[in-house]
Design a protein around this ligand. Sequence first.
Ligand SMILES: C[S@@+](CC[C@H](N)C(=O)[O-])C[C@H]1O[C@@H](n2cnc3c(N)ncnc32)[C@H](O)[C@@H]1O
Length: 318
Amino acid sequence: MLNKVKEIHRSSVVTANARPFLKWAGGKTQLLDELHMRLPPVFIENGEIQRYVEPFVGGGALFFFLKKNFKVKTAFLLDINKELIVGYWAIQRNVNELIDELRNVEEMYLKLPEHQRKAFYYRMRDGYNRQRKEFDYSNYSPDWIKRAVYLIFLNKTCYNGLFRLNRKGEFNVPFGRYKKPVICDEENLIKVSKALADTQIICGDFEESRKYIQANTLVYLDPPYRPLNDTSSFTGYSEDGFFDHDQVRLAHFFKEMDKRGAYLMLSNSDPKNRDQGDDFFDRLYEGFVIERVKAKRYINSNAHKRGDITELIIRNYK
Ligand SMILES: C[S@@+](CC[C@H](N)C(=O)[O-])C[C@H]1O[C@@H](n2cnc3c(N)ncnc32)[C@H](O)[C@@H]1O
């Protein structure tokens, strides 16, 4: 009976205003206004996007924004981080089971006093890292729901709420002290699941998105930020880093997709924040529309150095 009531409630959640279900490093919620006003005028006029591709989807801030404000017919979301893709697939395919399991974990966790919460967190983290060794990332199964539960629980309770992997691919973020974290945001998870209908979610390198991009496709590219020097290019998103040669590879890809007739919008950190003479991206994207917009974010690991900095938005259209 209770399950029936739950299902009726869940199926009545119709609004598509989903938000990212994870807090993600480099998430673009803060930049949405700037990105919105730079969308191709044809989509703004029609309120409709036929085909959308996001090769570095992360938490998907722009994707969910577009789903809320436009009629997005077909979408293709890619990311190299397989743990993130496990989360998207489980929500897309089995949101009800995922909510039930996450709700159980949330109830167990919130009942505990703080010192026991910490031990619970580390048990979950160990379990997550152990499961990874024998996990089958190629074939979807009920295990994916369990792994997505781990992912969301850890993201909501870890320090700073950021998912970060070490070079061995292990999740290594310490415990975060939140009084009453919302671990199972049922309403939003259902909205996310609905927003993901008619969407293909793919694990892979950004170049794999080539096969989904056609003339007039809207493509938003948000690669890992370019760090200060090449030796620190380990990004924490996956076992691999994203190096200057990957940025060059991306610029080639951008030019190839430009020739194909796609609408391309790319954001990146602006190296001029640190060094006025650094024109790495200005040279790579010479001939395209390059703009610098104000953004608030941490410019390095020192939390006190937060302030107004600029980010780059590069487009192949006006
Ligand atoms: C800056 S984040 C994207 C954030 C996203 N726009 C948001 O709003 O949350 C960059 C993403 O690129 C992914 N990534 C890193 N290297 C990649 C590659 N070679 N191909 C595809 N995705 C990659 C990371 O896993 C990460 O999720």
